[in-house]
Design a protein around this ligand. Structure first.
Ligand SMILES: NC(=O)c1ccc[n+]([C@@H]2O[C@H](COP(=O)([O-])OP(=O)(O)OC[C@H]3O[C@@H](n4cnc5c(N)ncnc54)[C@H](OP(=O)(O)O)[C@@H]3O)[C@@H](O)[C@H]2O)c1
Length: 344
């Protein structure tokens, strides 16, 4: 039976997962018994499509998008469709929620996710907003309906940090973690180590598409803080918020600071650090001096990495991409495959 997929958002990640599904269709079917059709996409300015009756295929979606930059050549396309129309009328089994992040309200994603649960639809998201602000409420709503709410892509994109922490390391006793969870600031620090000053490194990060026009969330540590909150709340059941995180940005750092750390055999990295031993996790984000033999010291450019300190195994470190179209699209796929396996 084909799994019916609806998508909210057809930006970087929406396009990334569509290209993966298109390229891997046969492998997914043969290796995982995963067959699918697209029953709706909300692309906002790129047009939207509702294909509840017949379903549409990724080849048709990509044909329309690649030839004219929107979805309006598809059967069922209609630029008047709202995101709620797609959620309520597509008859989807899984909703891929990929709308922009709002770290203050979590909206409109929280409303989209709740609306999907009302329709008995599983939800996969890579959007930090709803997960950082309403994870437990949304997990409870999903559980009440025997649905899955998965969000692997909200931390380190497709690098499987959430699955590692909650499944593979279950029982290992995670007591704390420290991670490089923001690629933009790691890129800036890497370029500063190579001699660029802060403003030049930031400008380069913008040129390469790592930093947004307004880089505040990255350079002040809020993006990394949201990921710290997500992991801490998930691992402890606590309800920490972004206001509980002590954040220090990097705009004050100079090449002299980087050089002076180097002379002491250290490197400066922006780390999210969380102590999970107390009922309320203690989370901080900011530049930290690391010894050069720390595995995180070797993480350069836009890469991410995290070390979980565990009672049984000691430190366990994973590194990998923390952003990117297909890198994040892969997280959406991994979560869909998990839902497929759980619902056999
Ligand atoms: N890109 C990454 O590497 C990455 C990595 C991890 C997590 N994420 C998260 O994934 C989500 C999507 O990221 P992205 O890079 O794909 O963003 P994007 O390129 O900006 O795409 C966002 C999509 O959502 C649409 N949209 C805008 N406002 C909306 C609304 N109110 N309701 C529903 N849809 C709306 C946009 O339409 P318009 O184009 O018309 O604005 C666009 O289709 C974000 O929450 C982001 O934080 C992204």
């Amino acid at each position: 039976m084909k799994i019916k997929i609806a998508m909210i958002g057809f930006g970087n990640v929406g396009q990334g997962i569509t290209r993966i599904l298109h390229a891997e269709r046969q492998t997914l079917l043969i290796d995982h018994g995963f067959d699918f059709e697209i029953v709706g996409i909300f692309g906002r300015s790129k047009g939207s499509v509702l294909a509840a009756e017949k379903g549409t295929d990724t080849s048709q979606v990509l044909k329309s998008f690649d030839s004219q930059g929107d979805l309006l050549a598809l059967d069922g396309a209609d630029s008047e469709l709202t995101a709620m129309d797609i959620i309520e009328r597509s008859g989807a089994d899984i909703l891929l929620e990929m709308s922009p992040t709002d770290l203050e309200t979590g909206q409109p994603a929280i409303d989209y996710i709740k609306a999907a649960f009302k329709q008995n639809v599983h939800v996969v998201t890579c959007n930090k907003g709803p997960v950082a602000l309403a994870m437990h409420e949304l997990l409870e709503l999903a559980e009440e309906k025997e649905l899955q709410f998965l969000f692997e892509g909200s931390v380190m994109a497709g690098s499987p940090v959430i699955n590692l922490a909650t499944q593979n390391l279950a029982g290992a006793g995670i007591t704390s973690f420290k991670g490089i969870l923001n690629g933009t600031t790691n890129f800036i620090l890497t370029r500063m180590k190579q001699g660029a000053d802060y403003q030049a490194a930031l400008a380069e990060a913008k040129d390469l598409g790592y930093a947004e026009a307004d880089p505040t969330n990255d350079v002040e540590g809020y993006d990394a803080a949201a990921k710290g909150v997500i992991l801490s709340n998930l691992l402890t059941g606590a309800e920490t918020t972004l206001n509980d995180v002590a954040c220090t940005g990097i705009s004050h750092l100079t090449i002299e600071d980087i050089e002076s750390a180097r002379e002491k055999g250290q490197i400066i990295k922006v780390l999210v650090e969380a102590d999970l031993c107390e009922a309320m996790p203690e989370i901080s984000v900011g530049p930290v001096h690391l010894p050069l033999d720390d595995p995180l010291a070797a993480i350069n450019g836009a890469m991410n990495a995290i070390t979980f300190e565990t009672k049984i195994l000691g430190p366990v470190t994973i590194s990998g991409p923390g952003a990117g179209r297909e890198e994040t699209g892969f997280a959406m796929l991994a979560d869909m495959l998990q839902i497929h396996k759980m619902n056999g």
